[in-house]
Write a protein that binds this ligand. Structure first.
Ligand code: DGL
Length: 262
């Protein structure tokens, strides 16, 4: 047993979609959430910049004595997880699109990953597809600017609808029947995405898979908690804005939000 907290981070509020799943699956664990909103989106940055930024977040977590870290961001995972795992000896769990799942549930053998453009063009994603989607077509679709709109809390905005429709429409003629959400911001748009692609297309995010993987790793290392303490929220951006948007996305009140400089 180990009651130290688990660190979880994203470039912004998207990681809250993963946190929700972790809280459901691991109700006795304590989480420290960091949103690096000063630097969102990570997608426009180089691999080296993402390594430097995420390294600072990991050092912050180490100063908080975490027992494990969840990278609740696909972009940070595909560009920096190897680097972070080499540098830090605690378990680090990443978030990537659920390629294996969509490949196995697809009947048409035509699927898609809907992610940020940065994740769509990463070698890491290409190698996941090669490894887990043998014989299945996986279209890569990038949703330009969507995470910025979600960061602003603009879920109901016409611009959000327009970007979603423009990104997903090309898929509609391709007989795709399963889509993996490859950005942790996108589960907050699930209803809209489902409406565009129709009820016969499975839309699967990574939150559940990350939660199950985290649980297995804690079990295997003998570090599950026996008592929960209060979860804590930090942002490198504006704490009032983080609170406002997060409460809108999660539809519940947050405890105190702290501002950090990394
Ligand atoms: N939520 C992040 C992801 O899953 C957004 C990436 C970004 O900041 O560009 O990829």
């Amino acid at each position: 047993m180990n009651n130290r907290p688990i660190g979880i981070f994203d470039s912004g509020v998207g990681g809250l979609s993963v946190l929700e799943e972790l809280q459901k699956l691991l109700p006795v664990e304590t989480f420290i959430f960091v949103a690096d909103q000063e630097h969102v989106p990570y997608g426009g940055k180089t691999k080296e910049e993402i390594e430097i930024l995420t390294d600072k977040i990991l050092s912050f977590f180490v100063s908080k004595n975490v027992k494990a870290v969840v990278i609740a961001c696909n972009t940070a995972t595909v560009y920096a997880i190897d680097y972070l795992r080499q540098k830090y000896k605690i378990p680090i769990i990443g978030t990537v699109p659920v390629i294996k799942t969509i490949a196995s549930i697809s009947k048409t053998k035509k699927t898609a990953v809907f992610s940020t453009p940065a994740t769509a063009k990463s070698d890491y994603l290409s190698s996941l597809i090669k490894k887990f989607a043998d014989g299945v077509k996986v279209f890569k679709v990038g949703g330009t600017g969507l995470e910025e709109l979600i960061e602003e809390g603009k879920l109901e905005d016409l611009k959000t609808d327009k970007v979603l429709r423009e990104s997903l429409e090309p898929l509609l003629k391709k007989n795709v029947d399963a889509i993996a959400l490859g950005c942790t911001h996108y589960p907050f748009l699930r209803a809209k995405i489902q409406k565009i692609v129709g009820p016969n297309v499975a839309v699967v995010d990574s939150g559940g898979a990350v939660g199950r993987r985290t649980k297995t790793i804690l079990e295997n290392n003998g570090i599950l908690a026996s008592k929960k303490n209060k979860d804590m929220f930090f942002t490198t951006g504006n704490k009032e804005k983080f609170r406002k948007v997060s409460e809108k996305l999660l539809q519940k009140k947050l405890p105190t939000v702290f501002k950090i400089r990394l």
